[in-house]
Structures are given as structure tokens and as C-alpha cells.
Design a protein around this ligand. Structure first.
Ligand code: TPP
Ligand code: SF4
Length: 299
């Protein structure tokens, strides 16, 4: 069934004109993230494609207050904002930290783990474009096996993607969710729900990146859809420990219509040197994760 768009906030918080690339999956997702979070929000973000999208002071393309922090300290700066707002008795404002996968899976993980362990009252968003894109597509621990990057230029990445959702789930936080800009209402609903919950909330958005993944900008939504249709990206949420498949992933699970990963892989230049063995390993890994999610959804 097509997603219903009528219930989405009609305000726009990304103003006309920004410096993201054409077809950027992050900018599509971010538009809906901000619509769901609305005005009473403060953002903090580190160096990344998102700071480029925001623009250079005193000009910005985003209509919500924001702090720029250093690369490793996104969650630490959010903790400071939360403490400052508490000292001012401003419980009406939501603090939102948002960083790329490099800033989350790799360099920012220590501050994020510390803040989550303390139960800091904030939303942490990782937009996962599977590499250090702002500096020219270097490998991160979120890059999938078999992908070419500028730091894995010949043999491709040898390791599987790190399971960051599992790491964050290990912190026993009240809300975790995965989303995709290809399914904006599912994404929007999750951010609306997250905003109503207290404590640390972690949301991860799979954001296709045309120049880094090497596909035409017009295909961003198509690539995002194929990621979900193949089970590479699984849409779910975990609220107070209760796992639930959502949106398109729930439908695929009910109908048994998951497609092979090759249909996703073959459309991206970053996988052009992926070996048959790597493709098999990639498919097995996706199958394992998918079956684990099915078991959890049925439990
Ligand atoms: C301590 C530090 N090291 C390196 C950089 C350079 N740098 C700026 S943005 C960036 C890439 C960020 O990657 P990611 O967090 O995945 O976000 P994306 O660029 O993909 O949006 C890097 C390495 C920096 N700003 N600070
Ligand atoms: S490099 Fe990728 S993530 Fe960064 S602005 Fe361009 S499309 Fe978006």
C-alpha cells in the first residue's frame, strides 16, 4: 500500500538553496527529520556533509538553531546542551545530535556510549552513507564488504559493516529505530515517536549517496528502496526492549517477497570490483540478519 503523506507537517525547515550534492539521500531524509522534530529543537553536529548542507556563518539553509562541534564530540556537546537547558529550567526543548557514520561508528562512539550509558535525555541520529563522504569517500566501519573507496581502492573493503544498532541496543536505551528516506512516512513517524520519549534515543538513517556509491542522482530513492526490498536495510524499532518490524520491511516479511542483494549491488559503481565470493558472503550475512529480525518479530 502506498505511504500516506497527508499527515506530515507542512512547514519547511530546510530553506531554498543548500550545498548538498544533487540527489543527496541525506538532504531528503533531513527534510523529514526536521519536519517531525519541529521548532523547539536544538541541533548539534560535527564536521560532515551535513555541515556543508547547513552552510557557512552567517548564512544557513536550515531554520532550526544549531551548534557546530568537533568531530569526536557530538554526543558530548549534546550532553552539555542538555545540562545547560536543565540549569535554565527549559524542559520544553529537545536536544538532537546528528552525525554521519564516520562521526558515529568510528570517532564519535566513545562520547555516544558515555552519554547513552548515563541515560542523557537526547535524540542521537546517525545518517549512514557508509563512508567519510565529505572528505572524498574514505572507508568507515559502516562501509559494506566489497565496496570501493579511496582508502580501499584496489581490493575493496574486506570486512562486513559494523552492527551499530546492536551496540546501541546493548546500552538498554528506551528507543532505537532504523529508517530510510525512500520511506519518508515511516521515518517521520519514528522521529515523532522518538521526540515524545525521555532518555537516550538512537535513530539510524540509511542515506544513499550518488557520488560516493557511484549511481545517477535520479536513482537515490530507487537505491534506497532496493536496500529495503533486499533486506540490506531492515526497517524496525525497539521500544523499551520490544522489537517490531515496521513499514515496508513488515510487509516484505508477511508476504515473503524479499529480493536478492545482487539487484541492489549491480546498480552501484562502488561494487564493480566485488568478487563472486564477496557477493555470496554479503548475501549470507543479509540473510542471517533478516532471519534474526524475523525471529525477534515473532517472539
Ligand atoms: C578530528 C578530525 N579529523 C578529521 C576531520 C576531517 N573531516 C571532516 S568531515 C570528515 C568526514 C566525515 O565523515 P562522516 O562522519 O561519515 O560524515 P559524511 O562526511 O559522510 O557526511 C572528516 C574526516 C575533522 N574535521 N576532524
Ligand atoms: S557526498 Fe553524498 S552525503 Fe555528501 S552531500 Fe554529496 S550526496 Fe550527500
Amino acid at each position: 500500500m502506498p505511504e500516506k503523506l497527508f499527515k506530515v507537517n507542512s512547514e519547511e525547515y530546510i530553506l531554498p538553496g543548500n550545498r548538498a550534492c544533487q540527489g543527496c539521500g541525506l538532504s531528503l531524509a533531513y527534510r523529514y527529520v526536521l519536519k517531525a522534530l519541529r521548532e523547539n529543537t536544538i541541533l548539534t553536529l560535527p564536521a560532515s556533509c551535513l555541515t556543508v548542507l547547513h552552510g557557512l556563518y552567517p548564512i544557513t539553509s536550515v531554520g532550526i538553531p544549531c551548534l557546530n562541534c568537533t568531530f569526536a564530540s557530538t554526543a558530548a556537546s549534546a550532553s552539555g546542551l542538555v545540562a545547560g537547558l536543565a540549569a535554565m529550567n527549559r524542559s520544553d526543548i529537545t536536544v538532537v545530535a546528528i552525525a554521519g557514520d564516520g562521526g558515529t561508528y568510528d570517532i564519535g562512539i566513545q562520547a555516544l556510549s558515555g552519554a547513552a550509558e548515563r541515560g542523557t535525555d537526547f535524540i542521537y541520529v546517525c545518517y549512514d552513507n557508509e563512508g567519510y563522504m565529505n572528505t572524498g569517500t574514505q572507508r568507515s566501519s559502516a562501509t559494506p564488504m566489497g565496496a570501493l573507496t579511496t582508502t580501499t581502492p584496489v581490493l575493496t573493503k574486506r570486512q562486513h559493516k559494523k552492527d551499530m544498532m546492536k551496540i546501541m541496543e546493548g546500552h538498554d536505551i528506551p528507543y532505537l529505530a532504523t529508517c530510510s528516506p525512500a520511506f519518508p512516512v515511516d521515518l517521520y513517524d519514528k522521529f515523532v515517536r522518538a521526540k515524545r520519549i525521555k532518555g537516550t534515543r538512537y535513530l539510524q538513517i540509511a542515506t544513499p549517496c550518488p557520488p560516493g556509491w557511484i549511481f545517477p542522482p535520479r536513482d537515490t530513492v530507487k537505491i534506497g528502496r532496493l536496500a529495503v526490498e533486499s533486506g540490506i536495510v531492515i526497517l524496525y524499532e525497539i521500544k523499551n526492549g520490544k522489537f517490531r518490524l515496521t513499514g515496508r520491511s513488515k510487509t516484505i516479511a508477511e508476504k515473503g517477497t524479499r529480493i536478492p542483494v545482487i539487484q541492489y549491488v549491480e546498480r552501484q559503481g562502488r561494487f564493480k570490483k566485488m568478487s563472486t565470493e564477496q557477493l555470496d558472503q554479503f548475501q549470507w550475512r543479509v540473510d542471517d540478519k533478516w532471519n534474526e529480525c524475523l525471529r525477534r518479530a515473532e517472539a
